[in-house]
Ligand binder design. Structure first.
Ligand SMILES: Nc1nc2c(c(=O)[nH]1)N[C@H]1C(S)=C(S)[C@@H](COP(=O)(O)O)O[C@H]1N2
Ligand SMILES: [Mo]
Length: 345
C-alpha cells in the first residue's frame, strides 16, 4: 500500500544528485582510469608514513581481520555519472591515522596506489575529518573486484570519485599539499566537491597558438583544457587523438570532423552540426549533445558514459545512419536507450 511509486523514487534520487550529474544505468559501475594494479609478487600491504610518530605497515590479512564498518556511499564521477547508495564496508581511514599518530605539522594526506604510475591523490586533514573516508574492502556485499580497486581502495564520500584511489598502498602525511595524478595531468579540481561542481581548475591556454589552431581547425594530438570554440565553422576539422577536455563547441559547424581517439570528456556540443563526424574510439564521457545533429556520425568503440542527448525540443538528431553499436549503446541510461530505440534502430 505504501510502496513508493516510481516517481517518488526518482525524485528522491534526484535530490541526491549533484548539479550536472546523471544516474548511471542500473547496476552499471564503469571502470575509470587504471584497470589493474602493478603486477607484482609482493604481498599486499598498507603503510601510513611521513609526518607521523608511529609509521605503520599493515599486512593485507591484518587489515582484512579488523572490525569493519558499513557505509552507504554515493559515487559521483567527474565525467558526470553517479551511482547512488553503494553499500561498502571497510576500515575507517581515521582509525589507521590515529594509530600512526600524525605530528602537529601534518596538514595533508597523500594516497598512493600500487599501480604502474604510482597513481596518487590527496586531501587536507580538514577534509578527511569532514568526509570520514573509508578504506573500502567490500562493495555491493562482495569483496571489491580488482578493476574497482581490490583488495582495498579509498572511498571518499562527498567528493568526486577521482579522490578515491584504487589499490591503496601508501598513505603519506605532509605539511604541504602535493597535487595528485588527475589533478595535475587532467586539471581536475583539487577540492572536488560535486555540490559546488568543482570539476576542473581553470588554467590559462597559450593564446596565440590556440588562435592559430582554431583558424586551421587542426588539433591532432593537441592537449588543451577548456577550449572555447563555440560558433566556429570548419570544412575539415581534425582533432585525432587530441585531449580536449571541457571544450565548448556549441553551435559549431563540424560536418565530417575527425575526432578519432580523442578525449572530449565533458565537452559541450549543444546544437552543433556533427553530421558524418567521426568519434570512433573517442571518449565523450559527460559531453552534452543536446540539439546536435549526429546523423551519419560514427561512435564505434566510443566511451559515452554520462552523455546528455537533450530532452524534448532540444533532443540530439540521431537516425539509422548514426553508427551507435550495441556495446556503446549499453553505456547509456535506460531512458536514453529507449529514446534511441524509438529512432528506427
Ligand atoms: N589507482 C587509481 N585509482 C583511481 C584512478 C586511477 O586511474 N588509478 N582513477 C580515479 C577515478 S577518475 C575514478 S572516477 C575512480 C573510478 O573507480 P572505478 O573504476 O572503481 O569506477 O577511481 C579513481 N581512483
Ligand atoms: Mo573520475
Amino acid at each position: 500500500m505504501n510502496e513508493p511509486t516510481h516517481a517518488d523514487r526518482s525524485s528522491s534520487a534526484l535530490a541526491q544528485l549533484p548539479p550536472g550529474q546523471q544516474l548511471v544505468a542500473r547496476d552499471k559501475w564503469p571502470v575509470i582510469g587504471e584497470r589493474s594494479p602493478l603486477q607484482s609478487d609482493r604481498p599486499w600491504t598498507l603503510t601510513v608514513q611521513g609526518l607521523v610518530s608511529q609509521p605503520t605497515t599493515w599486512s593485507c590479512d591484518e587489515l582484512l581481520r579488523r572490525p569493519r564498518v558499513d557505509r552507504v556511499i554515493d559515487i559521483h564521477c567527474v565525467t558526470r555519472w553517479s551511482r547512488l547508495q553503494v553499500p561498502m564496508s571497510g576500515v575507517p581511514l581515521a582509525l589507521l591515522l590515529a594509530e600512526a599518530q600524525p605530528l602537529p605539522e601534518a596538514r595533508f594526506v597523500r594516497f598512493v596506489a600500487r599501480s604502474e604510475r604510482a597513481h596518487d591523490s590527496s586531501l587536507s586533514l580538514a577534509v578527511v575529518r569532514e568526509t570520514d573516508p573509508l578504506i573500502a574492502i567490500t562493495a555491493d556485499g562482495a569483496p571489491l573486484s580488482q578493476e574497482h580497486g581490490g583488495p582495498f581502495r579509498l572511498a571518499v564520500p562527498g567528493r568526486y570519485f577521482y579522490k578515491s584511489v584504487k589499490w591503496l598502498e601508501e598513505i603519506e602525511l605532509l605539511a604541504e599539499d602535493r597535487l595528485g595524478y588527475w589533478e595535475s595531468e587532467a586539471g581536475y579540481h583539487n577540492q572536488a566537491d560535486p555540490w559546488l561542481e568543482q570539476r576542473y581548475a581553470t588554467r590559462l591556454l597559450p593564446g596565440a597558438e590556440v588562435a592559430e589552431r582554431l583558424i586551421a581547425g587542426q588539433f591532432d594530438d593537441t592537449h588543451l583544457l577548456g577550449l572555447q570554440a563555440a560558433g566556429g565553422q570548419w570544412l575539415r576539422f581534425s582533432a585525432r587523438r587530441a585531449v580536449l577536455r571541457n571544450a565548448k563547441f556549441d553551435g559549431c559547424r563540424l560536418m565530417e570532423a575527425d575526432f578519432t581517439g580523442a578525449n572530449l570528456s565533458n565537452g559541450s556540443f549543444v546544437g552543433a552540426d556533427l553530421r558524418g563526424a567521426n568519434f570512433a574510439a573517442a571518449d565523450v564521457e559527460g559531453a552534452d549533445f543536446s540539439g546536435a545533429d549526429l546523423r551519419g556520425a560514427d561512435l564505434a568503440s566510443a566511451s559515452v558514459f554520462g552523455v546528455t542527448l537533450g530532452g524534448p525540443g532540444q533532443a540530439a538528431v540521431i537516425d539509422a545512419t548514426t553508427r551507435w553499436p550495441a556495446d556503446v549503446l549499453e553505456q547509456l541510461t535506460p531512458d536514453q536507450i529507449a529514446y534511441l530505440q524509438g529512432h528506427d534502430r
